[in-house]
Design a protein around this ligand. Structure first.
Ligand SMILES: [Zn+2]
Ligand SMILES: [Zn+2]
Length: 247
């Protein structure tokens, strides 16, 4: 299979204001060059969302990132560079951290659940704790499932990143909502989600599967090795993955 696009990559802009390179290592241009090197047609930059306690794009940097991406599209016409965002799914109302006044900067939106996103209520703190300590096994599976479904219903999301990672979900219910809302689900080798078992449980549905590298350094752009193993183990026909084409 040939890789057309990698929509899930991070740069130093995911490190917040200080650009300390602790969370992600490469610049946007370094990601673009790595993507050109790997023969991609499209590279998506998808920093973490605004409402995370420890990392994520700052509002100030959103404008800078847009300008930088526009500049790189002129400099490297052989590849299309898109500005995405990996928003945090904040609670079971489906709220994500994409303010109305910022959305115009972005070409597409991904969303996923992460520990450490800013709590929206005491209840959301309790679920963060259950997810952090027990992967949501105690009392959060329904809450997590609802959070993903409502996010897909409320926003136009390209796909959900690493569904069911960091907090259990009912993957069949999530997948049904994904079909209904025309949202993709990601196979993310970095987080082992979707897992082979999850894919087997939902592959009969008319779903859009994506593979994302979740690269936090340029050399991992389009590194789908582990994701390919998951696909093989699951028995999913790779031709069903939206961002791959047959050679
Ligand atoms: Zn993530
Ligand atoms: Zn990510």
């Amino acid at each position: 299979m040939k890789i057309l696009a990698d929509y899930h990559t991070h740069t130093i802009y995911s490190c917040g204001n200080n650009e300390n390179r602790r969370h992600a290592k490469g610049t946007i241009e370094e990601n673009v060059l790595a993507a050109i090197d790997k023969g991609l047609e499209v590279i998506g930059i998808s920093e973490h969302g605004f409402d995370h306690n420890f990392y994520g794009l700052s509002r100030k940097n959103a404008k800078k990132e847009r300008e930088e991406i526009d500049r790189l599209n002129k400099k490297y016409p052989q590849i299309k560079v898109l500005m995405g965002m990996e928003c945090n799914i904040l609670d079971d109302t489906g709220r994500i951290d994409m303010p109305d006044d910022m959305v115009h900067y972005f070409d597409y939106i991904l969303a996923g659940y992460h520990y450490g996103s800013r709590p929206t209520s005491l209840r959301s703190i309790l679920h963060h704790i259950d997810n952090f300590l027990f992967s949501g096994r105690l009392f959060s599976k329904k809450y997590n499932t609802r959070a993903l479904i409502k996010a897909m219903e409320r926003y136009d999301l390209k796909y959900i990143t690493h569904p069911g990672d960091k907090g259990q979900v009912d993957i069949v219910e999530v997948a049904q909502a994904a079909v209904r809302t025309n949202t993709g689900l990601e196979i993310n080798g970095h987080h082992n989600r979707l897992s082979p078992e999850m894919i087997r449980a939902i592959s009969h549905m008319d779903l859009k599967f994506y593979i994302g590298s979740d690269a936090h350094k340029p050399e991992n752009i389009a590194n789908f090795e582990r994701a390919y193993e998951i696909v093989e183990e699951s028995g999913l026909d790779p031709a069903r993955i939206v961002n791959l084409v047959k050679d």
